[in-house]
Ligand binder design. Structure first.
Ligand SMILES: Cc1cc2nc3c(=O)[nH]c(=O)nc-3n(C[C@H](O)[C@H](O)[C@H](O)COP(=O)(O)OP(=O)(O)OC[C@H]3O[C@@H](n4cnc5c(N)ncnc54)[C@H](O)[C@@H]3O)c2cc1C
Length: 638
């Protein structure tokens, strides 16, 4: 299979303008004849559904939550990036592009990344026009803060609720279209399959989560804006419901999966405190603007943090990365924390954490100032841990967070299945091997508001003559039958082990062998273990109830079945990439001082995997990464 990314010709700064100028559009009178299904109501899904509705297409929008505005974008805290240069600190679209390309360890496409930086300018204006209450300076200008891996302030924020506020903006836009009748919205509906007719995406099979009814929906194009699959590790910063099933089911229908092993482990989550947890809460990266990370200089130090004098503390990020210090990018900060914890310097009851200390910032700027910037995060920390972070340092630890991998898409955000688009965290496109903080809300939003409305229209312009797609086509019946069969199979097992138990076990295998560090022997072992666990699942899982009712365990079991396969593919991906880059740290490939050792000569490509069935190994396809503007260099934050 030849992968064509369809990057427009011409200078980097003109590629997107050239595309927009030359893309085909659909006559407004014809748009009503065209149906689009959008799965997901996060920033990517709500924004694209609202935009397509406003343009005049018939849109059907689905999400599995009980309300569209509870999509997981709501959880994002720290901020959204834009190269506005309001601080006059040297920012520009080009600098943002460079930071992102470098932050992703030169494993992303230049054209996509530049477009994201370019579109960031408009996104802030769009959000402000929607009423998103960004933090402001005294004089009224929008305020900014810094996130990891950059030396300018380009992160716009609404205290620690930026995702929620942006999502409310997108949700309002969506509901406006719902009230105008252009978007038909159904919450508590879960996609279980994508339907192809003559090779094109023509619809979906959906389960109504309230009634258990299986429904077919047809359209001229299908958009997956279904978020990330970082929850595969079980313990992560994501909510329990987040899952990878929509993209995985599309993958099994022919959409290639790109770089599945590139999953970001965030350095500043709350540490695991026992075996009973289902989630680890994120403490936003924005805290690293003012918080300093340290561990005691002495291993196994049992003193309280405030009793440890300054001279006996190791501010290891400041020591190892003096130019970026506490704002080193996430992959680097997480690995550095793991290194100290593994070496015996971890703190807290399980010795699995490091300190994030605000005492200096409180001393220099005052408690009120810190409270104004991060008050809700400090409150959240207090509610969860019982500790007052104004008085003593927070305890933080790395945790699975964001999937850079996802469905392979071309410049038009179309997968290898014609008519099937993937937006936001569901695709792999813009972050390379490590996402910079605050670039994801941006990517999800610009994919939906600004990019897909052009590229989907370009695709639909050839569909005007197709006519209505009917769910009477046998492809829908076949897909419905397959979905019903899988549901019955899961219920019939009637074993004695819960889905969560399998999920926890899989998560631990992946965290230990395909997490912050990977090596060949561990990955081979993990593949074997995952296969055994999957076999056990199909013999011993217990799904109570039946398929014709609301059944949360059944939902989880279906997602779990996919997680085994995603996990196995992650290990294959990590195994075959014999280099270290970004979040993918192969222990065999590191520099003398423990930094990632990239191998551009052999691995300057995107891995895109083709599903070949349950018992056959997946096939690797390669999309060469061509750098015309930047020269890949050794990524250093020292
Ligand atoms: C705790 C936390 C904090 C974060 N903070 C930041 C931050 O400060 N800045 C930043 O840039 N990024 C942040 N991120 C990342 C960012 O929030 C996400 O990457 C981004 O919001 C993803 O948006 P999305 O639209 O792609 O997906 P989501 O918002 O995850 O939405 C996915 C949608 O798909 C639907 N869906 C999924 N599967 C199915 C299915 N099978 N059937 C039907 N519907 C389905 C869901 O119901 C949901 O509506 C954070 C992430 C987390 C977890």
């Amino acid at each position: 299979m030849k992968l064509d990314a369809k990057i427009p010709e011409g200078p980097l700064e003109e590629k997107w303008s050239v595309y927009k100028r030359t893309a085909k559009i659909v006559n407004p009178a014809n748009r009503k004849k065209l149906d689009v299904i959008v799965i997901g109501t996060g920033l990517a899904g709500s924004s694209v559904a609202a935009s397509l509705g406003e343009m005049g297409y018939n849109v059907k929008s689905f999400c599995f939550q009980d309300s569209a505005r509870r999509a997981h974008s709501v959880a994002a805290q720290g901020g959204v990036n834009a190269a506005k240069n309001y601080k006059n600190d040297g920012d520009s679209v080009y600098r943002m592009f460079m930071d992102t390309i470098k932050g992703g360890d030169f494993r992303a496409r230049e054209g996509n990344v530049y477009r994201m930086a370019e579109c960031s300018l408009n996104l802030i204006d769009q959000a402000v026009a929607q009423g998103v209450p960004f933090g402001r300076e005294y004089g009224g200008y929008l305020n900014n803060r810094s996130f990891g891996g950059v030396q300018v302030s380009r992160t716009f924020y609404s205290r620690g609720q930026t995702g929620q506020q942006l999502l409310l903006g997108a949700y309002q836009a969506l509901m406006r279209q719902v009230s105008k009748g252009t978007v038909n919205l159904a919450a508590k509906h879960e996609l279980l399959d994508v339907v192809l007719i003559e090779g094109k995406a023509r619809g979906v099979i959906i389960r109504n989560l309230d009634t258990g009814a299986i429904e077919s929906h047809a359209a001229h194009a299908v958009v997956l804006a279904t978020g990330g699959y970082g929850k595969i590790y079980f313990l992560s910063t994501l909510a329990m419901g987040c899952n990878g099933s929509a993209i995985w089911r599309a993958h099994k229908k022919g959409a290639l999966m790109a770089s599945p092993s590139w999953i970001q482990i965030h350095p500043t989550s709350l540490p695991q405190s026992g075996d009973y947890q289902s989630k680890l809460t994120l403490m936003s990266e924005s805290l690293r603007n003012d918080g300093r990370i340290w561990v005691p200089l002495k291993a196994d130090d049992t003193r309280k943090p405030n009793d440890i004098p300054e001279a006996e503390r190791d501010y290891y990020l400041e020591r190892r990365y003096p130019s970026f210090g506490n704002l080193a990018p996430r992959d680097i900060a997480s690995r550095a924390a793991k290194e100290r914890i593994d070496a015996g310097f971890g703190i807290g009851p399980l010795k699995n954490a490091v300190y994030l200390d605000f005492s200096k910032a409180i001393h220099n700027l005052g408690k009120d100032n810190i409270k104004e910037k991060y008050g809700n995060l400090f409150d959240m920390y207090y509610k969860i841990t019982g500790y007052d972070a104004y008085q003593e340092p927070m305890m933080i630890s790395p945790s699975a967070h964001f999937s850079m991998g996802g469905l392979w898409v071309d410049y038009e955000l179309m997968t290898t299945i014609p008519g099937l688009f993937a937006l936001g965290e569901a695709n792999f496109a813009d972050h390379g091997a490590n996402r910079l903080g605050a670039n994801s809300l941006l990517q999800a939003s610009v994919d939906g508001y600004f990019i897909a409305p052009y590229t989907i229209a370009n695709y639909l312009s050839d569909e005007v003559k197709t006519g209505k797609i009917s769910t009477d086509h046998p492809a829908f019946q076949e897909a419905e039958e397959a979905v019903k069969k899988q549901i019955q199979q899961l219920i019939d097992i009637n074993g004695n082990r819960t889905v969560d138990n399998y999920h926890k076990t899989l998560g631990k295998i992946l965290y230990d062998y395909c997490g912050l560090a990977r090596k060949e022997a561990g990955l081979l072992y993990a593949i074997e273990e995952i296969r055994k666990l999957k076999e056990d699942f199909y013999q011993n899982v217990k799904v109570p109830g039946n398929g014709s009712q609301m059944n949360a365990e059944l939902e989880k079991a279906g997602r779990m079945a996919d997680y085994f396969e995603i996990g196995e593919l992650m290990c294959f991906d990590a195994l075959t990439r014999k280099e270290s880059c970004g979040a993918h740290f192969r222990e065999e490939y590191q520099t003398a001082d423990g930094e990632a050792l990239r191998n551009d000569a052999e691995y300057q490509f995107i891995s895109a995997w083709e599903w070949k069935g349950d018992t056959t190994e997946p096939i690797l396809h390669k999309e060469a990464l061509i750098f015309e503007t930047v020269q890949p260099t050794v990524r250093s934050y020292k």
